[in-house]
Design a protein around this ligand. Structure first.
Ligand code: NAD
Ligand code: IPM
Ligand code: MN
Length: 351
């Protein structure tokens, strides 16, 4: 079996972490009886600066026939983020109907949380973020630009289809995990979209009587993910809230450099995309010290989604074993002084 993987290394540390992770994915595939065939798309801000577009007009057509996409990061200090992200990352999520975003936040053994009193195994959260609409809907505009009556409108959109899908995916996961689902909204202030969302959660919950549902407002949820992260199991939320909460989840479990994500098309009509939660981190770009583990773990989520559960577990377990080993190399975000390549080489030995 050969899987056809599209690589989009992107900007900043994106190419560094993708190049470090790729040989490990190859190794694990080989030892589990399958191959990966990769096609590299050098799309991103360098292309934008040379050719005026982040990707070709028919970029999505080029990606459509791949089995999955592995992406590094997008975003560059020389070009406004709304141009680069709306030119590459967000059109893939939306155009391929990747409405389910799964983001684990796990405190591994051997990793220090900045929170006092937490150690490996204490935090294990799985966030389900709606990924194609909500606050990220590209609906709105600006009028009277530069005048005193200048106005900007940005509308949020919640469809029954996508809301039901993300909520149902979260209930399914909660059923397989600890049976606890936290629904995060802002229904006290946003009486249309967020109350609609709560209604859908109530409706779908009737199909899952074994799952206990907790409701939190997003401000309190952010506070509680710091105060009592151990009590969260599965979290479901809208696009923007999921974006924010998963940075919180990443840092309370040790580093942005450890947080993976999966953008999944639940209809299986298009390839799904796997990427670290972090961005292009220009502050450390070119130093060779970006943590590659979020990308390796994203590769694990990719293999799992492709149906290669053993290969997925082998990658995940190798990362866990490395982190648990005090003598193993670690990058500066985890308190070490090792390079990206040293961490990847050590993982290769473990695999
Ligand atoms: P960021 O995630 O790039 O960086 C935040 C902090 O985390 C920085 O201090 C950075 O050094 C650190 N960090 C991130 N990844 C790391 C890694 N692998 N190893 C070690 N440290 C790491 O967030 P930002 O600074 O807000 O954004 C930078 C750019 O990336 C912006 O253009 C933003 O729009 C973009 N961005 C893109 C994505 C994506 O492509 N999926 C995600 C987030 C941000
Ligand atoms: C993420 C990123 C993106 C998002 C940005 C870069 C558009 O922050 O994947 O978390 O908000 O989804
Ligand atoms: Mn984010």
């Amino acid at each position: 079996m050969t899987y056809d993987i599209a690589l989009i290394p992107g900007d900043g540390i994106g190419p560094t972490v993708v190049d470090a992770a790729l040989p490990l994915l190859d190794d694990v595939a080989a030892t589990h009886g399958f191959d990966i065939d990769t096609t590299r798309y050098d799309w991103g801000t360098e292309r934008y600066l040379e050719e005026g577009a982040m990707m070709p007009d028919d970029g999505l057509d080029a990606l459509a026939d791949h089995d999955a996409i592995l992406l590094g990061a997008v975003g560059h200090p020389d070009v406004p983020d709304h141009v680069t992200l709306n030119g590459l990352l967000l059109p893939i999520r939306k155009g391929f109907d990747q409405s389910i975003c799964k983001r684990p936040a796990v405190l591994f053994d051997g990793v220090d949380s900045p929170l006092k009193g937490y150690s490996g195994g204490d935090i294990d959260i799985l966030v389900f973020r709606e990924n194609t609409e909500g606050e990220y809907a590209d609906i709105g505009g600006r009028e009277h630009v530069g005048f005193e009556n200048e106005v900007a409108v940005q509308s949020a959109v919640y469809t029954r289809r996508s809301t039901e899908r993300i909520v149902r995916a979260a209930f399914e996961a909660a059923t397989e995990r600890d049976g606890h689902l936290t629904n995060v909204t802002k229904s006290n202030a946003q009486a249309h979209g967020m109350v609609f969302w709560d209604d859908i959660v109530d409706e779908v919950s009737e199909e899952y009587p074994g799952v206990e549902v907790e409701r939190l407002l997003v401000d309190a949820a952010s506070m509680d993910m710091v105060r009592r992260p151990d009590e969260f199991d599965v979290v479901v939320c809208s696009n923007l809230f999921g974006d924010i909460l998963t940075d919180v989840g990443a840092i309370v479990t040790g580093s942005m450099g450890l947080a993976p994500s999966a953008n999944i098309d639940p209809g299986h009509d298009h390839p799904s995309m796997f990427e670290p939660v972090h961005g292009s981190a220009f502050d450390i770009m070119g130093e060779g010290v970006a943590n590659p583990l979020a990308t390796v773990l994203s590769g694990s989520l990719m293999f799992d989604t492709l149906g290669e559960a053993d290969a997925a577990a082998a990658l995940w377990d190798a990362v866990a074993a490395q982190l648990a080993d005090e003598s193993a190399p670690r990058t500066p975000d985890l308190g070490g002084d090792s390079t990206t390549d040293a961490v990847a080489a050590d993982l290769a030995d473990r695999l």
